[in-house]
Design a protein around this ligand. Structure first.
Ligand SMILES: Nc1ncnc2c1ncn2[C@@H]1O[C@H](COP(=O)(O)OP(=O)(O)OP(=O)(O)O)[C@@H](O)[C@H]1O
Length: 676
């Protein structure tokens, strides 16, 4: 329970303090608030006389100019001031807004008190800084940059001893002092809660100014107590498109243990362990939800991002110096761009197969959740395609998608490709150094294909990057913060690799937030729709190409060792070999190797193929003079050439028809023609 404030007792102890200080020259530390005592010292040093009674008339021109100069402050403070006055109305009081010099620029008050305040020029146009009016709440709050109560005879000038005032300074978004908010009343009407009210109101004004200044940036509200986020106690950080810290209010500086002057050299990633992209993703999905974020010193905070999320989602990499101070942006990386295939999303991959659909559904659920995914499947099953679709479908779809195939580059180069290097870091290194793939993927997705082929030594380094979310390029001791979504793929069973000792278990669990197993093409139930899709994509919108029922049948029964990659190629070749007047892919439009296998399948399929013997006989009939006996065997090639020429003549040069009649693929026919 609060002890009631006894105005009489306090007035008496202040008389004693004044007598000690002014008459005997002693410092009444036990009797005075420190802010007040320091103020008395300043006033005495400035040569002010406590008995001074004079007041200068308020300068109305000066107040007009001050209001003009402090337009921003006034516009944000005005509604707060009015609201504050509503809280204290009829308590013989007034509320006052002063600028940074102590000039009163706005006030509202109860009429009875206003007329008394007039007598000491407590009204707009008057200056109440300490040098003009001695110790007083407005002047002392400005001098101390602290909220203060100045009660009765704590006022340096005796003429102001009938007042009791509570004031709090107001800081702008850069932490500069821009004014003070005050409640003044007769000392006998002292209200203990006045100081709390002005502090709260000045905080509201500061927040309004901060939010207006950074309205086009990202705003992170955070606090160590979740219930404080969204309240006046929350801390505020303004974050620019590159993750730069553009502003921080005092609460943020206090919670993060930072000095304001450190701000320009800091980057979001240096403060928190949760990637900025994750906050952006969360804010997009559920703007009101809180996310737990750890400070770099291990403190637990809760935060919420708002403001301009689009700009934040595409932030680029930054460079830090050896001490971890921000020194600039990493060079622009040429080959980093959003993924090429327009319209490629998880949804667009769906062509009716149940297992694939289950994989799409799972992946869709984790979009934007900072969960690494591991895609397993046979070569050519569409792992990279799936990764790109995942990237495009997420909130970072506009960010870079950077792929590295760990099996396709020599072990010795994986490290520099991944981590980057400084100029001259090793023999053969480029003079200007290179930005590694991890850093290139900042703000987007890093796709590590064939992760199972990553050398063990690098697995440890990769693990560290994933844990610390910082990368250290070769030849430097710079730690560069990175914010990436990681997608890995492998055709191996990674778990088995772990059991064999070829893959680190800790890294396996780190990568394997969500495991997606893509079915091989022969396991899929949607081959027909997939073929239609590939035909449409390859032939373009103006051509309606189909496959014959014989080819379709064979396709459905083929084992497709190369999966969709192979199917895609087969279709590409098939379309390329169609004549202008053809739009149905037949067996002879297929590449040789596939033709052979598919030809066999086609001949055993329910669709009865043309008997080969009949075709040959027909062809033979075309050849009018066919040599016989030993000479014939010696001149097989000649016979073949002759037969082809005659067949072509018979078909008026139509390659497809000749190939069909000869029972060979068009490819083979072309090859043979080239040889002759
Ligand atoms: N759903 C699909 N629709 C159309 N084309 C596809 C689809 N999935 C894969 N492809 C095509 O198949 C080829 C192989 O796909 P992708 O590279 O994604 O397979 P992968 O499993 O990553 O192969 P690897 O393991 O050999 O790297 C690519 O040319 C890709 O464009």
């Amino acid at each position: 329970m609060q002890v009631p404030f006894n105005t009489e007792a306090r007035s008496m102890s202040l008389q004693e303090a004044r007598s000690l200080y002014f008459d005997r020259g002693e410092v009444p530390e036990a009797l005075l608030d420190r802010n007040v005592l320091r103020s008395w010292e300043r006033c005495r040093q400035a040569g002010l006389d406590p008995a001074f009674k004079g007041t200068r008339d308020p300068d109305m021109r000066a107040v007009t100019e001050a209001r003009e100069r402090n337009r921003t402050l006034l516009s944000h403070a005005q509604p707060v001031l009015e609201h504050l006055f509503e809280q204290i109305r009829n308590s013989h009081s007034m509320v006052i807004l002063a600028d940074a010099q102590g000039m009163l620029i706005q006030s509202y008050g109860d009429p009875d008190f206003l007329s008394r305040a007039e007598q000491v020029a407590l009204r707009p146009g008057a200056s109440w800084n300490e040098f003009d009016r001695g110790t007083n709440a407005v002047g002392t709050a400005l001098a101390e940059r602290n909220a203060v109560n100045v009660f009765g005879s704590e006022h340096f000038f005796e003429s102001n001893a009938f007042l009791t005032c509570s004031a709090a300074p107001i800081l702008d978004a850069q932490g500069r002092l821009i004014g003070a908010l005050d409640i003044s009343s007769d000392y006998r009407a002292y209200q203990r809660h006045s100081l709390g009210l002005v502090k709260m109101s000045s905080r509201i004004i500061e927040k309004r100014i901060f939010e207006a200044e950074f309205a086009h940036q990202g705003l992170l509200s955070f606090h160590s107590r979740p219930d404080h986020v969204g309240s006046l106690c929350e801390a505020l950080l303004a974050i620019g498109p590159d993750g730069d810290l553009l502003g921080a209010d005092q609460a943020a500086l206090d919670l993060l243990g930072m000095r304001r002057e450190d701000l320009p050299r800091r980057h979001y990633t240096m403060l928190f362990d949760v990637p900025l992209g994750t906050l952006v993703d969360r804010a997009r999905r559920d703007p009101s939800s809180l996310i737990a974020i750890n400070g770099r010193n291990g403190e637990r905070f809760y935060g919420r991002l708002r403001g301009n999320l689009t700009a934040l989602a595409t932030s680029g990499p930054v460079l830090l110096d050896a001490r971890g101070e921000r020194v600039g942006k990493a060079p622009k990386v040429e080959n980093v761009r959003p993924t090429a295939r327009p319209g490629l999303t998880l949804k667009s991959l769906s062509t009716g197969d149940e297992r694939l659909q289950a994989a799409i559904d799972k992946a869709t659920r984790v979009l934007g959740r900072d969960i690494p995914i591991l895609i397993q499947g046979e070569s050519g099953a569409g792992k990279e395609m799936f990764a790109k679709a995942f990237h495009n479908s997420g909130p970072r779809g506009q960010g870079p998608f950077v792929a590295l195939n760990c099996a396709a580059i020599p072990e010795t180069l994986i490290e520099s490709e991944l981590f980057g290097y400084s100029g001259g870091a090793f023999t053969g290194a480029r003079k200007e150094g290179a930005v590694g793939k991890i850093q290139q993927a900042h703000g987007g997705t890093l796709f590590l294909d064939e992760i199972g082929d990553m050398p063990l030594s690098l697995q440890a380094r990769l693990l560290r990057v994933l844990q610390e979310r910082c990368v250290t390029p070769l030849g430097t001791n710079k730690s560069i913060p990175v914010d990436i979504t990681l997608v890995c793929a492998t055709h191996r069973r990674l778990k088995e690799e772990v059991a064999r000792g070829g893959f680190r278990e800790d890294l396996y669990y780190r990568l394997n937030g969500l495991c997606i197993n893509l079915p091989s093409l022969r396991e899929r139930s949607d081959i027909g729709s997939l073929i239609d899709k590939l035909l449409r994509e390859e032939a373009g919108p103006d051509r309606n190409v189909t496959v014959s029922s014989r080819v379709m049948d064979a396709f459905l029964n083929y084992r497709w060792p190369g999966n969709i990659r192979q199917l895609g190629n087969v279709i590409k070749v098939g379309i390329a070999l169609l004549d202008d007047d053809e739009d149905v892919i037949e067996t002879w439009h297929l590449p040789d190797d596939v033709f052979e296998e598919i030809g066999a399948l086609a001949s055993s399929s329910p669709v009865t193929p043309e008997p080969v013997t009949a075709r040959v006989a027909e062809t033979m009939a075309c050849a009018e003079a066919v040599p016989t006996g030993a000479a014939a065997f010696g001149r097989l090639e000649e016979i073949e050439r002759d037969m082809i020429q005659r067949t072509l003549e018979a078909e008026n040069g139509n390659i497809s028809a000749a190939a069909r009649r000869l029972g060979i693929s068009r490819n083979t026919l072309y090859r043979k023609l080239g040889r002759f």
